[in-house]
Design a protein around this ligand. Structure first.
Ligand code: NDP
Length: 326
């Protein structure tokens, strides 16, 4: 496993990390989580991603219980959570980054995780209804309190990130250090274009999500939707809208390249994300151990991604990218 600095920060994250969205709760219980966390950790993974909203708080409880069960040394791994959507209805508790919500939200997350602090705390989405200054001040205060070590954003625009950073700079507050954007062969714009100046201007780090586009880039949906897979899960019908039959079919086009390189489509798709030097860590997801083991093997494929191979991948994926636009 290689480790990369989180942008300009001193902290280092493993090139591959592991998250709990969709899986913890509906698909993965405490024992299975512990088994996968341990396998990832033994392969050098040092960052585990979570959010308040995942399975309405249950995901944090499962990760916390699994980490306690494993008894791993706290200094040897990083845990994140994210705040925005909230767990309760009410004008100040939902879809917001107001100060009261953030201050109480972090306490709720720490309680569910059973931790004294999270390493990374994200504003899960931007909130146009709270002044940016209020958000920055609250996140900075949380970091100063020791309840989080670094703060960042998820799916913010480049302009919003820069605005937050400049407020923090002017006011001598803790600056946002990392962004968590979607990044895969089917979602490239933010990472490759929108944020381009931020890597050097403010030292932005990236913890990217959905490297397989929810499993689509594994190629397993090319001939239909397998039972028990994410696209078949109750509550995730919206994913079938995002990935049409044309996309599911076209996404399988990387399979011959992966085979030629001695790996699988999933490994190739994950390795492709790792190959971008602006990415600090690629957050993977797995509903079972065999997937995690396969995905960890992506690292062997990274050195094989020569310029020529990258160009072939680009060409092979063009129809899928076009299908995404329809
Ligand atoms: P992926 O795109 O890699 O999808 C993971 C899912 O794909 C698995 O749960 C599994 O689903 C399937 N899968 C994984 N490996 C394989 C394989 N080798 N072969 C076949 N199918 C496979 O990542 P996620 O969408 O899960 O995102 C990763 C993490 O990123 C999340 O856990 C979360 O921590 C973070 N995230 C952050 C977001 C944000 O807004 N900040 C949004 C979304 C995710 P199944 O078996 O059920 O089909």
């Amino acid at each position: 496993m290689n480790y990369r600095r989180l942008g300009s920060a001193g902290i280092k994250v493993s090139e591959l990390s592991l998250g709990s969205w969709v899986t913890y709760g509906p698909q993965v219980d405490i024992d299975a989580a512990a088994q996968m966390l341990k396998t990832a950790y033994d392969h050098g993974v040092n960052f585990f991603d979570n959010a308040e909203t995942y399975a309405a708080g249950v995901s944090e409880e499962i990760m916390g219980a699994a980490l306690r069960k494993l008894g791993l040394r706290r200094a040897s791994y990083l845990v994140s959570t994210k705040l925005y959507w909230g767990l309760n209805d009410g004008p100040n508790e939902k879809n917001t980054l107001n100060r009261k919500y953030l201050m109480q939200g972090i306490d709720g997350s720490l309680k569910r995780l059973g931790l004294d602090f999270v390493d990374l705390l994200f504003c899960h989405r931007p909130d146009p209804n709270t002044p940016m200054e209020e958000v920055v001040w609250a996140m900075s205060d949380i970091v100063s309190s020791g309840k989080a070590l670094y703060w960042g954003t998820s799916e913010w625009s480049a302009e919003e990130i820069r605005q937050a950073w400049e407020i923090a700079d002017r006011r001598n507050l803790r600056k946002p250090q990392m962004e968590q954007p979607q990044y895969s062969l089917l979602a490239r714009d933010k990472v490759e274009y929108d944020y381009q100046r931020l890597y050097t201007d403010i030292g932005l780090g990236l913890t990217t999500w959905s490297p397989l586009a929810s499993g689509v880039l594994s190629g397993k949906y090319a001939k239909g939707i397998p039972e028990g897979s994410r696209l078949a899960l109750p509550g995730f019908e919206w994913l079938q809208q995002r990935y049409s039959r044309d996309v599911l079919h076209a996404a399988a086009a990387i399979e011959p390249i992966a085979r030629e390189l001695g790996g699988t489509s999933a490994q190739l798709a994950i390795a492709w994300c790792v190959a971008n030097p602006n990415v600090s860590t690629v957050i993977t997801g797995a509903s079972r151990l065999s997937q995690l083991e396969e995905n960890l093997g992506a690292l062997d494929m990274v050195p094989k991604l020569t310029q020529e191979v990258l160009e072939r991948i680009d060409k092979a994926m063009e129809p899928a990218r076009q299908a995404m636009k329809q």
